[in-house]
Design a protein around this ligand. Structure first.
Ligand SMILES: [Cu+2]
Length: 213
């Protein structure tokens, strides 16, 4: 569509490659961590049946030095609220897993105005986007996103947003600490609409659902 040659995107491709590696590392890490958490949860569940008195164990004293007001002074908390007939959603990467969305589900009415703010406020330097897909398009979007890994320099300037009618709304590719608000009208058809980060390698776990009722 244009005559731009993408062979001089050195810095961009470096970051793309770095992000893929970081992303894959986090994916592996979170899979492992998930296993440990599930395992730990099961053990706790069994353990607490055997030892109900564990609840009386003294809680660890809160570290006095940790001033509660010091945490995240500027960032708005993630939320879903209704205001003036519109649904306002603020979401971020997950605190425990930076390759997830901390809001994994929200509900809107058919045809309702929606404003989604994706605040890439995370401890990690990962780039992310937020892409809303048509109902039933999740697997296609994941495949499209992962397919971009072979052509990072082509897709990076496009924010890794897949082509085609499956994409209903999206942010640009956001660097760490950047945020963007996208406004759209909820589809008229009720159903589950997936949203994903389509940075290659992220979408398998960085996803959620907008329910249209
Ligand atoms: Cu991402």
């Amino acid at each position: 569509m244009d005559t731009h040659h993408d062979s001089h995107e050195g810095g961009g491709s470096f970051w793309s490659a770095a992000n893929v590696f970081i992303g894959l590392a986090f994916a592996l890490f979170s899979l492992c961590a998930g296993t440990v958490l599930i395992g730990g949860g099961l053990m706790n569940a069994f353990g607490s049946k055997k030892a109900p008195d564990a609840a009386h164990a003294p809680a660890a004293a809160a570290p006095a030095a940790a001033a509660p007001t010091a945490a995240a002074p500027t960032a708005a908390p993630s939320s879903v609220k209704e205001e003036g007939g519109a649904v306002l959603v603020t979401l971020k990467p997950g605190a425990a897993n930076p390759m997830s969305f901390d809001v994994t589900s929200f509900t809107v009415k058919a045809g309702q105005p929606v404003k989604v703010t994706f605040d890439n406020d995370s401890m990690t330097p990962l780039q992310h986007n937020w892409v809303l897909g048509a109902a039933g398009s999740k697997d296609r979007l994941i495949a499209a996103a992962n397919g971009m890994m072979a052509e990072m320099t082509k897709w990076m300037p496009r924010g890794f947003v897949p082509d085609g009618p499956d994409v209903l709304a999206h942010t640009k590719l956001l660097n760490a600490k950047e945020k963007e608000t996208v406004e759209f009208t909820a589809p008229k058809e009720k159903g589950d609409y997936p949203y994903l980060c389509t940075f290659p390698g992220h979408s398998m776990i960085m996803q959620g659902t907008m329910k249209v009722e």
